[in-house]
Design a protein around this ligand. Structure first.
Ligand SMILES: Nc1ncnc2c1ncn2[C@@H]1O[C@H](COP(=O)(O)OP(=O)(O)OP(=O)(O)O)[C@@H](O)[C@H]1O
Length: 425
């Protein structure tokens, strides 16, 4: 068992420092009083350190119960939960909160406390000095891309849904816990904000390498965020626990197929990021350029649109020839509806953005929202074909580490579908 977890650590490569801890659910059962069936029935599952594991499955299958047993918001009826080497039932509440951050929908912020007080709750409980807490709050606000000077004294009601969610993540990370538990973290925000928050979580994770266990209803979210996806059926029976690639390419059974739903090919778009495909060049104009000049540059390049960028090279308008003909000079107007995606977004996100704007293409931005190029529908379609081919060959990569190896035998009587043996396993 420990060997498997060790292997999983090695997967992350030489330059990443894992700060996460491994988690082992060892024959865990939860029976609620008065309920005949167990909500979680003999579940054994390894969660490798430094990975994101997504828990998915139909409503009532026991995802949240599983998650909340990890930080003992719910006590298991039977079984053990081991964090690195320690049984969590032997750890007192305060110490457990230091080791496990918890993020819920809409951030779960206390409305009467400022952002800084909300983020500083756990450090304060741990007896940190005021100065140390203040410095940590600012550091975390930077991490979640909010300017400390602007946001530290605000109250939750003065924040957008996405900002509240960012503060929720910052608060969970306050005491630098190795483990982050997230329960439908992005369920309450609009799709575009959700995309951004997901991208940000991936950025943060790249830096911090926590162990993240996340419950979601959204299978696309699971594919996008998960290193591993655990698909449950009633009683938290583990039907398939595998990489997103393999689940899409090789669903364990009909239940998983139905759960993935139609368009598995399209879902594979979630596996490819915008920064992995070739972007098209664009004619770039600056504020103040003569409309006629920009038009002749369009002629030269054989293009029909010009991207206007501001002084920091952030895209602000996307002008057609027709618009340019009417212009004397390019204005500094900002088009709020510009179809823009970050380069860490998935091709699925990019396609969504194109469909919403009906532009057939989207502008891609990189660090600090600077303009990188254009992604169009054709590029996305090509990528579908390639992603599909890649997924079909993914079997030969050998057995992934960290699946609930052999443990389903111990679940035995519960009738869980087993994860098939894989080559190299
Ligand atoms: N406090 C409780 N008392 C009794 N039964 C409960 C309690 N909490 C959950 N259950 C039951 O346990 C089962 C699993 O619930 P759980 O909330 O873990 O599922 P879930 O997969 O997270 O569901 P959802 O996706 O709807 O949030 C359900 O049948 C639920 O009705």
């Amino acid at each position: 068992m420990s060997e498997t977890i060790h292997n999983a650590d090695n997967q992350t490569g030489p330059h990443s420092a894992i700060t996460g801890a491994s988690i082992l659910l060892d024959k865990v059962t939860k029976r609620y009083p008065g309920q005949q069936k167990a909500a979680v029935d003999g579940l054994t599952m390894e969660i490798p350190a430094g990975k994101i594991v997504m828990l998915v499955g139909p409503s009532g299958c026991g995802k949240t119960t599983t998650l909340k047993m990890i930080n003992r918001l719910i006590e298991p009826t039977e079984g053990r939960i081991v964090l690195d080497e320690d049984d969590v039932t032997d750890i007192d509440g305060d110490a457990l909160r230091r080791r496990i951050g918890y993020v819920i929908q809409a951030g779960g912020l206390f409305p009467h406390m400022t952002v800084a007080t909300n983020i500083g709750i756990v450090p304060k409980m741990l007896g940190w000095s005021k100065e140390k807490i203040a410095a940590r709050v600012d550091e975390l606000l930077e991490l979640v891309s909010l300017d400390p000077a602007v946001y530290r004294h605000r109250f939750p009601k003065e924040l957008s849904g996405g900002q509240q969610q960012r503060i929720g993540v910052a608060r969970a990370l306050a005491a630098d816990p190795p483990v982050l538990l997230m329960d439908e973290p992005f369920g309450a925000v609009d799709p575009i904000t959700r995309q951004r928050l997901q991208d940000e979580l991936l950025n943060i994770q790249e830096e911090l390498q926590k162990t993240i266990v996340c419950v979601t209803h959204d299978f696309d979210e699971a594919v996008k965020l998960g290193d591993w996806i655990a698909i449950f059926t009633e009683g938290a029976q583990l039907v398939q626990y595998d990489t997103p690639e393999r689940i899409l390419a090789d669903p364990a059974n009909e239940f998983v197929e139905n759960f993935i739903g139609s368009g598995a090919g399209l879902k594979q778009l979630t596996l490819t990021r915008v920064n992995e495909v070739n972007l098209a060049d664009a004619v770039v104009a600056s504020v103040g350029d003569l409309g006629s000049d920009v038009l002749s540059r369009l002629d030269e390049a054989g293009h029909n649109h010009a991207v206007v960028v501001d002084e920091r090279r952030r895209p602000i308008q996307w002008l057609t020839r027709r618009q340019l003909t009417r212009l004397d000079r390019v204005s500094d107007d900002v088009d709020a509806k510009l179809p823009v995606v970050g380069d860490r977004a998935t091709l699925n996100d990019a396609l969504d953005t194109m469909l919403v704007s009906s532009a057939g293409a989207a502008l891609v931005t990189g660090r600090r929202d600077t303009f990188l190029g254009v992604i169009d529908v054709e590029t996305v379609m090509d990528a579908i074909t390639r992603a599909h081919k890649h997924a079909m060959t993914a079997h030969s990569d050998g057995r992934p580490v960290g699946i609930n190896t052999g443990t389903l035998d111990t679940v035995g009587t519960s009738g869980a579908a087993t994860v098939g043996e894989r080559p190299g396993g």
